[in-house]
Ligand binder design. Structure first.
Ligand SMILES: Cc1cc2nc3c(=O)[nH]c(=O)nc-3n(C[C@H](O)[C@H](O)[C@H](O)COP(=O)(O)OP(=O)(O)OC[C@H]3O[C@@H](n4cnc5c(N)ncnc54)[C@H](O)[C@@H]3O)c2cc1C
Length: 433
């Protein structure tokens, strides 16, 4: 049986954040995950708090009152201080990372307003440098460039909708550049094409003469996967104006950049991510987990650990499931699931971005992120829960998903490092005494 200081279950934003902070703090860490998480699907912007329920301009300022109004919300557990600590930590991981100088910009103090792929402006706090030029709080002129072969990004639709926002004038153009001669290319295919100087030259030649004097240029978020900073900078230089990325539908190239960066930081700190491991249970002595059981192909392997961080992504990633009688199940460790509406209570509201009580279901935790049962008692002393598996949030409605996963993953690691540090100090004192 392998043994680690910490086993992290889940390789999304929450799990990777916890793992990197732990490994950089000196712990031996093993990340076990069924597969990649929402990084590869979501825009990879750190949305701290976008709606509460009205649009939020200053998320950090809004957090204290928000947490008070939503008892049991993960932000009530980490507090504004936890968010304020996690956000710069995340941005600093990119400096000297494998994609440097590609960077994140912005703070949790204020939200930018960035276009979605359908031209709606959405609040977002900390974003890739390649997206920040799309902040349209003060309006502006935008030329949205799309590619006929990239089927899930429609520049004219995005531009038409953008033009409905006060102060924004937008139009769309579509190019016929086709990477690798293929008819149907996804975002990753285009990102690889943008890493190639000849492709970039071709795109610039087709766009440059068609721009109006004051227009900035929006591309789908496919501006390079190997060296996005260089691709973006070159396009800005050659087009002589701000260029920015608009997140696409999945797969998410900016999310893959996050995954690559955090995984590489983990590797440099001596730890690793192992995919295709489905955690199916825990071995424990009383309230202490001694190891987690993972299914790899047809085998079960037990990994010993002093600590476990559970970051399995909730319903969206199969970390929590419902059976046909609406009973909830936390899949990896069998923890209690809180917040499932009782029979007869409303589960889902009629509006997509409206209130959905079911969205708040998940694992409830105490102030130290330990899982608790319905009576509020801790289930395990050395398991901490982070990310979308936590109960109490409605991330789609709040625009808080990445903020919650980052802040709770970051804090879970801090709590473990503190506890391990004080245990070590007590052991040294006992030896010396
Ligand atoms: C398409 C899409 C768009 C989104 N847009 C936004 C947005 O605009 N703004 C925003 O803030 N948020 C957005 N979100 C939500 C946000 O991305 C997530 O809330 C957040 O990334 C969740 O991170 P996580 O680490 O908690 O979980 P996840 O990223 O879901 O990771 C869960 C991990 O656990 C693993 N896992 C699950 N069960 C097991 C098991 N039994 N054993 C081993 N591993 C297991 C999974 O394989 C995965 O690696 C979006 C999500 C999606 C899917």
């Amino acid at each position: 049986m392998s043994r680690h200081d910490v086993v992290v279950v889940g390789a999304g934003m929450a799990g990777l954040t916890a793992a990197v902070r732990l490994a950089e703090g000196g712990a031996t860490v093993l990340v076990l995950a069924k597969g990649v998480g929402a990084t590869h699907l979501s825009p990879a912007t750190i949305d701290v708090l976008g709606y509460a329920p009205d649009r939020v301009d200053r998320p950090l300022e809004a957090l204290a009152a928000f947490a008070e109004r939503h008892p049991g919300h993960p932000y009530g557990v980490v507090g504004a201080a936890g968010v304020a600590a996690a956000v710069p930590w995340f941005a600093e991981r990119f400096a000297d990372g494998p994609l440097a100088p590609y960077a994140y910009t912005g703070t949790a103090d204020e939200n930018l307003l960035l276009p979605t792929a359908v031209g709606v402006l959405r609040p977002s706090a900390v974003v890739p440098e390649t997206m920040a030029g799309g902040d349209l709080r003060d309006g502006g002129e935008v030329c949205v460039v799309g590619f006929r072969a990239l089927k899930d990004f429609h520049p004219r639709l995005a531009a038409d909708n953008l033009s409905r926002h006060p102060g924004v004038t937008a139009r769309g153009i579509e190019l016929d550049c086709v990477p690798e001669g293929r008819v149907d290319v996804n975002a990753l295919g285009f990102a690889r094409a943008f890493d190639d100087a000849a492709f970039r030259k071709d795109v610039v030649a087709r766009v440059a003469g068609r721009l109006h004097a004051e227009e900035r240029v929006a591309f789908p978020a496919v501006l390079g996967i190997a060296d996005p900073h260089a691709v973006w900078s070159e396009l800005q230089d050659r087009l002589g104006r701000p260029v920015f990325e608009i997140p696409t539908l999945p797969p998410s190239v900016p999310g893959m950049r996050v995954f690559a960066t955090l995984r590489e930081r983990l590797r440099r700190a001596g730890s690793r991510v192992v995919l295709n491991n489905v955690v199916t249970g825990a071995e424990h002595r009383g309230g202490t987990v001694t190891g987690v059981r993972a299914r790899v192909g047809l085998r079960d392997v037990v990994h010993g650990a002093d600590w476990v961080v559970l970051a399995t992504g909730g319903f969206a990633s199969g970390g929590v499931e419902l059976d046909s009688r609406w009973a909830g199940r936390e899949v990896a460790l069998g923890l209690p699931v809180a917040g499932i509406p009782a029979p007869g209570e409303e589960r889902f509201g009629p509006a997509y971005f409206g209130e959905h009580p079911m969205a708040r279901a998940g694992v409830a935790v105490d102030a130290d992120q330990r899982p608790v049962g319905a009576d509020g008692a801790r289930v395990f002393d050395n398991v901490l829960v982070a990310g979308a598996t936590l109960a109490g949030a409605e991330p789609w409605r709040e625009k808080s998903g990445e903020g919650i996963s980052l802040a709770t993953g970051h804090r879970a690691a801090g709590l473990i490092l503190d506890a391990a540090g004080s245990a070590q100090r007590s052991a040294v004192a006992a030896t010396e005494g």
